[in-house]
Design a protein around this ligand. Structure first.
Ligand SMILES: *Cc1c(COP(=O)(O)O)cnc(C)c1O
Length: 388
């Protein structure tokens, strides 16, 4: 037994060996010329991955939640109106964060697994003057993908700053930050960016930076304050040494490697790869009678799939069966329905072979749990789709 497990959860994901090797080098000083260059390369590469050539990137030690926190802390002042478009657990979290900084937050929630009509958002923006709105590109709790482009356009129309939680989408789903006019796009290292957990990544538009500069009150979070980080990012971009808080040197080495691999693959090709694999995987899953949580395939994410357990199958038995077959999947996360479904991450370095391994284990486990279907069906359907 090789005891080789496949980590197929929606982050952390399986990382490229080269990325892991880049983490293992002797740690440099954070002001060493070589490291300054690496940091600067990461900031430049982020602008290419985010498609935001004029954006201001930030790389800060922390998780995706810190990136959300940073957006809220810097852009919200006490009493500001904020609109949260929530398609699940992470949208709801954004409301909590905004509230913490004194925002008057209104939340527009989709039905679980559903989408939200643009008319509803526009009606709300017409009704009340908002300073900022947030949306979750892929809500990892439901696997629902929203289309940020028209929402960002509405935000522009009503002069509202738009913030996209792209933690489960950047480098896996299509994002054109500048063309779409999204003010903030944020993510974390351990999802489709393909670097072990520990980096909060965010790109801000010039408009967002200007709004921050025009604040009347100081940012009430010391660590997240752009006052502290903007000069550091600018220094790294210009190739000069600087210090506010020690950057996670080894993770940034890994980030440089991963962003290089992403840009070598090419963003359009990478997005297509995610879309094709996700679509083929959904077809395979559906071919044995399983159903996905998003109400339609058109709003199903390409970075993960949320799947209901079949009738009569216990989630605990299924997931432990999968682990027993060396495939690590995630349980449900949406508090209202968490025991009824599971999640399969398929982002970053994921391949057809990985999904074959998932489907094969899944069939074997379901078969042993007496779920009725013809063994091999999902594998055949997946392979047929792959060769199309
Ligand atoms: C994972 C995730 C987060 C939180 O990121 P952490 O790194 O766990 O703090 C936020 N939003 C979305 C959409 C996510 O998938």
């Amino acid at each position: 037994m090789k005891n080789r497990k496949l980590l197929m959860i929606p982050g952390p994901i399986e990382f490229e060996p080269e990325v892991l090797r880049a983490m293992g080098v002797q740690t440099a000083s954070h002001v060493a010329p070589n490291f300054i260059k690496v940091f600067g390369n990461c900031l430049n590469a982020m602008k290419k991955v985010w498609l935001a050539p004029h954006g201001q990137p930030f790389i800060v030690s922390g998780s995706g939640t810190l990136a959300m926190d940073m957006a809220a802390a810097n852009l919200i002042e006490h009493g500001d109106n904020a609109l949260v478009i929530s398609s699940g657990y992470f949208g709801d979290r954004f409301k909590d964060i905004l509230d913490r900084y004194g925002a008057n937050t209104t939340i527009l929630s989709t039905e679980i697994g559903g989408d939200i009509a643009l008319e509803i958002i526009e009606r709300e923006l017409k009704n009340k003057k908002y300073k900022l709105l947030t949306m979750t590109h892929v809500d990892t709790s439901t696997g629902v993908l929203i289309n940020p482009e028209p929402i960002a356009a509405l935000a522009k129309k009503y002069n509202v700053i738009s913030v996209l939680d792209g933690v489960c989408s950047v480098a896996g789903e299509e994002i054109r930050q500048e063309e779409w006019g999204v003010d903030i796009v944020l993510t974390a290292s351990q999802k489709a960016i393909g670097v072990p957990p520990g980096l909060a990544l965010l790109v801000a538009s010039q408009d967002a930076i200007d709004i921050w500069k025009g604040r009347k009150t100081p940012v009430s979070n010391y660590y997240a304050d752009w006052q502290n980080w903007l000069p550091i990012m600018k220094a790294y971009q210009e190739g000069s040494p600087s210090y506010f808080g020690t950057p996670p040197v080894n993770l940034i080495n890994a980030l440089e490697k991963s962003l290089t691999l992403i840009l070598e693959e090419g963003i359009p090709k990478r997005i297509k790869r995610h879309q094709k694999l996700a679509m083929d995987f959904r077809k395979a899953i559906q071919s044995i009678g399983l159903s996905i949580l998003p109400k339609t395939d058109s709003i199903a994410a390409n970075t993960l799939t949320a799947i209901y357990y079949p009738q009569g199958i216990s989630g605990g038995d299924f997931l432990s069966g999968m682990t027993g077959n060396d495939i690590i999947l995630a349980g449900g996360l949406h508090p209202k329905i968490k025991t009824t479904y599971f999640r399969v991450g398929h982002m970053g370095s994921v391949s057809e072979n990985d999904l074959i391994a998932v489907l094969s284990a899944l069939e074997r486990v379901l078969y042993k749990l007496n779920y009725k279907f013809e063994l091999g069906t999902s594998l055949r359907v997946f392979e047929e789709e792959c060769v199309k």
